[in-house]
Design a protein around this ligand. Structure first.
Ligand code: GDP
Ligand code: GDP
Length: 436
């Protein structure tokens, strides 16, 4: 099921980034007393009650040296296009400004639900200042304080109530959805074209152009796939669509809809920091991952070539140690046939369930090889384990005291599980829970 998307809009310095960090629950972007300070991340997962949603800080989408007014317009447009619900943020200490009215005008024209939040209401005495904001025409203003974390619960209650119903969405689990990510010029478009033009691939349907990607259904060896292509969406014309932040946003939304994410690396130009960052998104989202080293035709072919490259990839992408690596050329189509089998395998592992009794045999054997550690004279006791979810496979290990479960022991258990069940291509999650 797709997560609802919430966007925060408002003129600079009203506190968008501060609120974003609060709602996401960690300090992931830097807030300073400099207007328009650059943000590390503009898109993150947040939770409230039983809802998980995606939050966008539109203030992070900066468009070159465009004048402020254009920036604000474009940001509001992103919010309208992307979000299910918009949080319109204003500053309670300054009252309504011309720039607020400008943003309001754009938001009126959309059909999206808007919740008005008045920030910097740091103490109850200041609450009276919110009434003037009724004049913006978005109903009841919610007083909040980003720095003190006040009023956010009421605001979120109202946001969550406005989420669209999604009960009718049908997801066919037999179809493998996959997307390609990677920095510009790694060959994403070329690989999509090469795959879809392959002889034995039957393109059954261009399922549709969404706002972010072109989805194409195809069949190969009686399996159905949907390729989610964001690369082809580059030249749409809007200013913000060409910005890097926006293309990351688009990639993140494609990742979310995918079962398997192909992370592309350019063999010719090698691995750079940006590649790691992009690959990190797929890992964080808990998706199955296949690392694709493209432009393999440009590498001097010798016996050790793959081995040498593999060492580099493994050293740079340690967090993706479960992902298979394949080497191909979108241009010459060499080894392109090796791709879909890996996609299928990764997808099957991503949805694999293991039997509880077999799992527990593996865990007990693991305990025998490498007894659980102790801390402050207390010994970790592992009672039993069970798989609680797929996509990705998630295990709960019941123990006497979760505090005693050290990261390295968890890692050891993960390796034992992987060795026994072969979860190549998928991350797995392990949680320790108390059971005495
Ligand atoms: P943005 O440009 O809209 O993202 O605004 P920022 O999040 O960068 O915040 C701008 C300034 O307002 C920073 O100096 C923040 O510390 C400050 N600020 C944010 N929220 C509050 C608040 O609730 N109360 C007060 N007093 N200051 C705040
Ligand atoms: P994207 O920005 O990731 O979609 O990358 P493109 O598919 O537009 O490719 C960028 C450039 O790399 C183009 O000039 C392609 O012709 C070239 N390219 C793509 N795949 C290969 C390949 O396998 N080998 C070589 N030599 N060039 C490639």
């Amino acid at each position: 099921m797709r997560n609802s998307v919430v966007a925060i809009v408002g003129r600079p310095n009203v506190g968008k980034s501060t609120i974003f960090n609060r709602l996401v629950g960690e300090r992931i972007s830097i807030v300073e007393d400099i207007p328009g300070v650059t943000r590390d991340r503009i898109y993150a997962k947040a939770e409230w009650l039983n809802s998980t949603f995606r939050l966008i800080d539109t203030g992070g989408i900066e468009i070159g040296d465009e004048p402020l007014l254009i920036q604000m317009r474009e940001q509001a447009e992103v919010a309208i296009r992307e979000a299910d619900v918009i949080i319109f943020l204003v500053n309670g200490r300054e009252g309504i400004t011309a720039a607020d009215e400008e943003v309001a005008k754009i938001l009126y024209k959309s059909n999206k639900p808007v919740v008005l939040a008045v920030n910097k209401v740091d103490n109850p005495d200041m609450r009276e200042q919110i009434y003037e904001f009724y004049a913006l025409g978005f109903g009841e203003p919610y007083p909040i304080s980003g720095t003190h974390g006040l009023g956010l619960g009421d605001l979120l209650d109202s946001v969550v109530h406005l989420f669209p119903e999604r009960e009718n969405e049908i997801v066919d689990d037999d179809i493998i959805h996959f997307s390609l990510i990677g920095r510009p010029n790694v060959g994403k478009s070329s690989l999509v074209n090469a795959l879809l033009n392959e002889e034995r691939v039957i393109v059954s349907d261009i399922a549709g152009t969404t706002r972010d990607a072109i989805d194409t259904n195809f069949e190969k060896d009686e399996r159905e796939f949907v390729i989610i292509d964001t690369a082809g969406m580059r030249k749409r014309g809007k200013i913000y669509e060409t910005t890097e932040k926006y293309s990351i946003l688009r990639a993140l939304k494609a990742i979310e809809r995918s079962d398997v994410v192909l992370t592309l690396i350019d063999a010719e130009s090698g691995i750079i920091e940006q590649d790691k960052k992009i690959a990190g998104y797929a890992h964080d989202a808990g998706k199955a991952v296949v690392i694709v080293v493209n432009k393999w035709d440009t590498i001097l072919q010798h016996d050790q070539a793959i081995k040498e490259f593999e060492e580099q990839v493994r050293a740079h992408f340690q967090f993706l140690d479960y992902a298979p690596i394949i080497y191909l050329s979108a241009k010459t189509k060499k080894r392109i046939h090796t791709l879909l089998p890996k996609v299928i395998q990764a997808s099957e592992n991503h949805t694999k369930r293991v039997e509880t009794n077999v799992l527990n045999d593996v865990i007990m054997d693991a305990l025998a090889i490498n007894p659980a550690p102790s801390k402050h004279g207390k010994k970790l006791k592992v009672l039993y384990a069970t798989q609680v979810a797929v996509k990705p496979p998630t295990f709960v290990v019941f123990v006497n005291d979760p505090e005693l479960m050290h990261f390295s022991y968890e890692r050891f258990l993960e390796n034992q599980i992987r060795e026994a069940f072969g979860f190549e291509g998928t991350p797995i999650k392990i949680y320790a829970r108390k059971r005495s």
